[in-house]
Design a protein around this ligand. Structure first.
Ligand code: ZN
Length: 264
């Protein structure tokens, strides 16, 4: 290497070091120094972060029917109702939480709410669900089930509410309509009142029971086993639930249980 080349190399190294020091200086200054004006882009990002979610403060109980030793209805090809209920419940939970809803689940795994040595597991399970619902102060309780019937051709979702509960009827109507339209049900059903389901008659909050489909119908059983269809069910339930929440402007109904009636 001759002197000239050596000089060039030294100059390049000095320039490189100077540039590196300069960049370091700029970085340190920007960290410690005053913050520059916030750009519109940054501001809108901050505002989006702080914006309350549309259903913050709302409480929904999602009750996935059956579980553990109680399979619920068994489908034409062996599908267990408890599994479909839980899958839909978990999808719905995720959707509602995205919009700020506080979701209370009665179960999140394949378990029932009973002790292994209980002499009446079914009753303990139902009472356990009622206890969770009672403590929840929920705006709405959505119990998820699947149906079954002796005639295998019967299909489609149906939503139940406690007879005499105006808010229950309103919620059931909106959820029923959402399921009918979003799932494109050929022969849509209407919501139905009920006065003897254990949970409905003893629930302290506004409650609906969403029977999403018939496991006794092999075609519908197949649909209920399809994740995309279950997602559509969850989205339809969300739509109906939000339409109901949007109508709740008055103070909560006192409850559905007749105080004179002893709770079993
Ligand atoms: Zn059921």
């Amino acid at each position: 290497m001759d002197k000239k080349t050596m000089l060039k190399v030294v100059i390049v190294m000095i320039v490189a070091m100077a540039v590196a020091l300069l960049i370091r200086g700029i970085l340190l200054h920007s960290k410690n120094g005053e913050q520059g004006p916030v750009t519109a882009e940054e501001l809108s990002f901050t505002e989006t972060e702080l914006e309350p979610k549309p259903y913050s403060g709302m409480i929904i109980v999602i009750d996935a029917g059956h579980g553990g030793k109680d399979p619920g209805k068994v489908g034409a090809n062996g599908t267990l109702e408890k599994d479909i209920n839980l899958e839909i419940a978990l999808l719905l939970k995720e959707l509602l939480e995205e919009d700020g809803v506080t979701v209370v689940m009665t179960r999140q795994t394949d378990t029932g709410l009973y002790d292994e040595n209980s002499s009446n597991k079914k009753m303990q399970d139902l009472k356990g669900r009622l206890a969770i619902i009672g403590e929840s102060r929920a705006d709405l309780v959505v119990s998820i089930h699947q149906n079954s019937f002796s005639d295998a051709s019967v299909c489609g979702p149906q939503v139940f509410y406690y007879e005499g509960s105006k808010q229950g009827e309103s919620a059931a109507t909106l959820v029923q309509n959402a399921l009918n339209t979003e799932l494109e049900i050929a022969k849509p059903r209407t919501q139905k009142s009920n006065d003897n389901y254990f949970l409905l008659t003893r629930c302290s909050q506004i409650m609906i029971i969403a029977e999403c489909g018939f496991l006794s119908n092999p075609d519908e059983e197949k649909l209920l086993n399809d994740k995309t269809y279950r997602q559509r069910i969850a989205e339809a339930l969300r739509k109906g639930i939000y339409e109901y929440l949007d109508t709740v402007t008055e103070p909560k109904e006192g409850g559905q249980t007749d105080p004179e009636e002893p709770i079993i």
